[in-house]
Ligand binder design. Structure first.
Ligand code: C2O
Ligand code: CU
Ligand code: CU
Length: 480
């Protein structure tokens, strides 16, 4: 996890601000009481736990009509064993932790039945899905315990790896930390016709990467420090601490979501080999981008292909975050690989600047729970911006340095996919030239995006550090 300042500097700043009376104090970090990844690993090894990477189930579509999909999601409380001999109180959809993968085709009519089996209210937001406001699952669409919400929408976007998670005011961060999150795949003619790895769970693997801290008794330690929101000292992948995956000598596609509350990930392979990025948040890039590392801020996704055919049987290759191993691949068997890494994946139609009818500026300010956008905190009863349906706009987003604390913010807009025009006036990296719904704004940076508002309704835009969002770094846009 990337921390930008050392704790003592931050504590001094916080103490000063607290004295001035602005801040509700957050828990100080107490590293001594937390379980380290090495400790957890040793306990699990001793207990001979099978620590292979969990693969979430594909959610059954109960409607026989191929063009109409009916899915049931049940948010519920559960118990999960991350550390042998202990049980962690968790939440999941249709299970104990995380949720199944919802898989739909472009053009499908999708009906989802969300039965809230929690003993608290929740919402389900389809992050990255282009829906109208009523089906978006934002904070104003509470599902009370024991009740059902039945959103229904038609998929009108290109193939992509999207996701879903709760968005209720005041509990988004803790519900996500407890385990409420799942993937939402869209397929289309392009994704079906490309000869890339696409056998779910075989050579097309979902990876939900998150960080968590554990107390000695196995319970989650939800720690928010003032600057960064809730970070953890262990990285978990699909709900397992440092799991492994046995692979054949073939190409493997990984669909990665940064599902953490507040931590950025900087992913690379321990052998420093290249991999190919083929998709960003909202779908395929035009061409695969060869790279050695992948940066993902909270909420962002990417798809990559790793070619394991070049390694000898018996080789272990690890996916690492900065310097820490988070998932290891054991190259076990020969494979008969007929997939390829094509030169061209799709055509991304660039939104022309000349189509924009308005420019808006959003300044992300402050830190801790003093965050705001353009000087205002979120208010459910206030519409901050109004747009006409079908309009295209340029949004300039800046991250303002706060009290000597340089902090980046992942900025997300509901209900749309946008394109990045520039970062501080410069062209974005190749991996950011496709569709995006979340963009990381580095400290003191100005990022320009171009976005077309196709769907009507009220939508959120916010920082995807969930504790920042909860503290008011969020606004509402009405598309009418
Ligand atoms: Cu990932 Cu407002 O959400
Ligand atoms: Cu969203
Ligand atoms: Cu933020």
């Amino acid at each position: 996890m990337i921390k930008t300042k050392n704790i003592s500097t931050v504590a001094a700043v916080v103490a000063g601000v607290a004295a001035a009376g602005f801040i509700i104090f957050a828990n100080p970090i107490n590293k001594n009481k937390e379980m380290s990844t090495t400790e957890i690993n040793n306990i699990n090894k001793k207990a001979k736990i099978n620590n292979s990477l969990p693969i979430p189930a594909l959610l059954e579509d109960k409607n026989p009509d191929p063009k109409i999909d009916d899915f049931t999601l049940e948010p519920q409380q559960g118990l999960t064993s991350f550390i042998a001999g202990t049980q962690t109180k968790t939440m999941g959809y249709n299970g104990n932790f995380l949720g199944p993968v919802i898989r739909v085709n472009k053009g499908d009519q999708v009906n989802i039945h969300v039965n809230n089996k929690l003993n608290e209210a929740t919402t389900v937001h389809w992050h990255g899905v282009e829906v109208n406001g009523e089906n978006d699952g934002g904070p104003d669409q509470a599902i009370k315990p024991g009740t059902t919400w039945n959103p229904s929408f038609t998929i009108n976007q290109q193939a992509a790896t999207l996701w879903y998670h709760p968005h209720f005011s005041g509990t988004t961060a803790t519900q996500v930390y407890s385990g409420l999150a799942g993937l939402f795949y869209v397929d289309d003619e392009v994704s079906k016709s490309l000869n890339i790895p696409k056998d779910y769970g075989i050579n097309d693997i979902p990876l939900v990467i998150q960080d968590r801290s554990f107390n000695k008794d196995g319970s989650f330690k939800y720690d928010t420090n003032m600057m960064d929101g809730a970070t953890g000292n262990n990285v978990i992948v699909n709900g397992a601490v440092k799991p492994y995956l046995d692979v054949k000598k073939v190409k493997i596609r990984l669909r990665i979501v940064n599902g953490s509350n507040a931590s950025n990930f900087n992913l690379n392979l321990d052998n420093k080999d290249d991999f190919y990025q083929i998709a960003s948040d909202g779908g395929f890039l035009e061409s695969p981008v060869r790279q050695k590392s992948l940066f993902l801020a909270p909420g962002e996704r990417a798809e990559i292909i790793i070619d394991f055919s070049k390694y000898d049987k018996g080789t272990k290759v690890s996916l690492i975050n900065d310097k820490t191993e988070i998932l290891s691949f054991n190259v076990k068997e020969d494979g008969n690989d007929t997939t390829e890494i094509p030169d061209v994946l799709t055509k991304v139609n660039k939104i022309e600047k000349s189509q924009a009818t308005k420019v808006r500026n959003f300044d992300l300010q402050g830190m801790g729970n003093m965050v705001s956008i353009n000087g205002q905190k979120f208010d459910m009863n206030r519409i901050d911006e109004t747009v006409k349906q079908g309009d295209t706009e340029i949004w300039n987003i800046t991250s303002e340095e706060a009290m000597m604390h340089n902090m980046g913010h992942p900025f997300h807009i509901h209900g749309v996919q946008f394109q990045i025009l520039s970062r501080d006036g410069k062209e974005p990296d190749e991996g950011e030239t496709g569709w995006k719904d979340t963009v990381y704004i580095k400290p003191n940076e100005k990022v320009s995006i171009i976005v077309k508002f196709n769907n009507k309704g009220t939508f959120m835009y916010h920082c995807h550090i969930l504790e920042h969002e909860e503290s008011g770094m969020m606004g509402q846009i009405k598309v009418e």
